[in-house]
Design a protein around this ligand. Sequence first.
Ligand SMILES: Nc1ncnc2c1ncn2[C@@H]1O[C@H](COP(=O)(O)OP(=O)(O)OP(=O)(O)O)[C@@H](O)[C@H]1O
Ligand SMILES: [Mg+2]
Ligand SMILES: [Zn+2]
Length: 454
Amino acid sequence: MAKIKTKWVCQNCGYETPKYIGKCPDCGSWGTLIEETDIKPSLPQSVVIDESGVCLINEIEITESIRIPSGFEEFDRVLGGGLVQGSLILLAGDPGIGKSTLILQTAGNICSNNKKLLYVCAEESGSQVKLRAKRLNVNSDNLYVYSQTNLEAVINQTETLKPDILVIDSVQSMYTSNITSSSGSVSQIRECTNMLMSIAKNKNITVIIIGHVTKDGNIAGPKVLEHMVDTVIYFEGDRYKSQRLLRSIKNRFGSTNEIGVFNMEESGLVEVTNPSELFMKERTENATPGSVIIATNEGTRALLVEVQALVGATSYPSPRRVATGIEFNRLLQIIAVLEKRIGINLSKHDVYVNVIGGIEIDEPAADLGIALAIATCYRDVVVDGDCVIIGEVSLSGEIRNVNNLEKRIYEAQKLGFKKAIVPKFNKKQNDKFDIEIIQVPRLTDAIIKCVSKK
Ligand SMILES: Nc1ncnc2c1ncn2[C@@H]1O[C@H](COP(=O)(O)OP(=O)(O)OP(=O)(O)O)[C@@H](O)[C@H]1O
Ligand SMILES: [Mg+2]
Ligand SMILES: [Zn+2]
């Protein structure tokens, strides 16, 4: 009998090697390589081959993609306007965050619109899904549930049932008989995803696959699938809080900077149409040193969020810098500007900066807010509680303009703020708003204009 060829595959990143090694040279994790049978997987189906051959770009006719509304405005926004027919969507998230809940509610919405949906629950029994559906008040004559882990069986069912949408919950529990590796291994989930991609493209079925994010590398993470699918969406949130964020990481049919906000309640996920209000909810009435409200821009809307800083004498040989929700290097840069341009010496102080509500801010418009949070905490003064801070800080200590400024100010006005600190070089916009607009050319001006003794 011919010897079965095997290979070692990193379960974290998908790196392959013919021999065992302890540390993955690609992602650096230890002990993540497991032995898998080396069988040529089927060709990737993510590329749609156009039979017509070479043609001029000007002569290609555009076929409008059809979108199916998810029934959630927040979800549709993240998808770029609904689920594109015939696309493959990966929904990834930590265990227990609410992936099945989101998809089951979406399924209910879609089915009530006369679409047929097949929900494959590879991890739960039909009655478990029914129990959840009952709690979420989901019922429909178009919603089919199939408790199955074998992908070939699922494909057969898809052929008889001909659903508009196919949901796989989760891809890590599925296996195909094409290859012998155990379910959950990189080879299995890659091959399953390939097969699902070909169903999506050839049968024009929208396929949603759910994937668990794992940190320990025992089960292959959705990371290895990201390049294969059309859209990657992460479902995030603090498990001890009810707030959930939907964020797209990759989207072949829309932009990736939109977020969707939900609240997890007994009856399921409820859309939060005004997230700023939610993020402001936990704020205390009185202004505290180190706390400021900034206006950030997420896709098509502005969001008000609270940034907190804590500055204290260090007991470490080199002071600590901890950034949660903002980029670490951005924090270092702002600290450097504060030291050089304002004369705040932080070389013997630990600095912690935290964005409340689990939001990740990656735009420079938050700079001024972060700088003021640190400065006010250091000097034990406060930024007025009715004031919103907007602006990028340059290395020279000047405040730079930001995009979508008006939208940010409107959001602050809507939520009852009385003042907005904004960059200097904006056109006179004061008349347009009911709130006081304070333009500041430099970081020093900002500190004078909005800071008061507590
Ligand atoms: N009776 C309930 N009332 C309120 N919330 C509940 C209730 N039951 C479950 N939940 C919420 O739903 C979450 C689990 O949701 P769900 O099963 O959709 O998550 P998941 O991401 O699919 O998890 P898994 O990784 O197990 O597949 C729980 O963490 C909890 O927040
Ligand atoms: Mg689940
Ligand atoms: Zn690796």
